[in-house]
Design a binder for this molecule. Sequence first.
Ligand SMILES: Cc1cc2nc3c(=O)[nH]c(=O)nc-3n(C[C@H](O)[C@H](O)[C@H](O)COP(=O)(O)OP(=O)(O)OC[C@H]3O[C@@H](n4cnc5c(N)ncnc54)[C@H](O)[C@@H]3O)c2cc1C
Length: 407
Amino acid sequence: MFRRFKPLWGKKPGLKSTYDAVIIGGGLHSLATAYYLAKEQGMSNVAILEKNFIGFGGAGRNTAIVRANQRTQENVPLYKEALDLWPILTKELDYNLMFNNCGNLNLMHSEAAMNAARMNVCTAQFHGVESHLLDPRQIKELEPAINISPDITYPIHGAMFHPPGGVIRHDAVVWGLAKGAAAHGVHIHQQTEATAIHTDGGKITGVETHRGRINSPRVLVSAGGYSAGIINKMMGVKLPISVLTIQAMVTQPLKPVLHHVVSSGMYHAYANQTLKGEIATGAHMDQWPNYTTLTTAHYIKHQAEALSEFLPFLRGVKFMRHWAGLADMTPDMAPIMDGNDPVEGFYMNCGWGYFGFKSCTAAGRHMASFIAKGECPERLKPFGLRRYENHRLMGETAALVTYTPDN
Ligand SMILES: Cc1cc2nc3c(=O)[nH]c(=O)nc-3n(C[C@H](O)[C@H](O)[C@H](O)COP(=O)(O)OP(=O)(O)OC[C@H]3O[C@@H](n4cnc5c(N)ncnc54)[C@H](O)[C@@H]3O)c2cc1C
């Protein structure tokens, strides 16, 4: 006897003709919004439309790093709230999200970068986020695998250490949130593409899909790298978003050797060791806008060269798999979360770049409140689209503390 496979998020629901809210995209932010809409806002007649399968986008491709030590006073509290929610969600969803709060070490390779890191640490500490500066000797004590020798291309001057950050299994987050949302009555429609958004008299009236029309007074576009295209095509609103490819890869499994997430803006590389022993590593993005999810030999070579300098134990280790996904980048590297503009009932949550995994819990929770009540929560107010029109960009690009030779 074979047991039939039953997805965690229950039986495939039928597509109803009317929902209270429709969410376009089956990624992290959509699933989190739907979960909190149903659980905390009492709105469970909600449909998620996903043109492929849930987790197809950045949700299933990211390198699973979470942290709260962003740069600006608007962003740090949001990411702190998101970080604090992981252990709570693990219990609430009754699903092991595999949160490993191993801490993040952000390496600095110049005195200018150390000064910038000082500012980050101060902002973080001001908002109650644990973050410290370390000198090279302290780095070596904490993470012996790091090469602090002065004989590398970019010698290490110090690091920003953020103990509460770490990694979480990204697929588990997708499945856990889908399980939780479905248990509260949300309909998850996979292989269902949204093709148009309908409006009438300045209000949202529904969404067209290739399976038919759905009536709804509210629609949220939360489709990662595809959001800007959807919003431009379906609503005629052009967003200041460029879509770039980010690549990542894993090595063969090794014995436990790397105990923190280690990143270097200067080398454009970061790495952590997964529970399976592989070293998962990612880097900066391709420098030209595109929608491809292909990997390149150039990037693999760059990664090998960078890692073998500051993590020399990786010399000679084999890469086993590589993949790529899309990053929707705004000019200030902060997201766009907005609603009821230009028409009532229209909401958007996008522009997360490569920060969209770590933030999805808190962002989804506040978006749910926004959609249910129609009023923008205080925490989301700084992230409105009109900040670009009003020249009120955030300084979140500094969260990277990169200081590469060309900037
Ligand atoms: C290689 C890589 C590494 C990364 N590492 C990290 C990291 O370590 N930490 C971190 O915080 N972030 C990281 N990110 C970024 C993070 O993954 C994204 O910011 C996040 O996934 C965005 O979530 P989302 O819910 O907005 O969109 P996504 O998860 O991308 O989901 C969007 C979904 O919308 C669907 N869709 C598109 N068009 C339609 C349509 N017309 N109708 C229906 N559905 C549609 C897509 O199929 C897709 O499933 C990384 C990204 C990549 C690519």
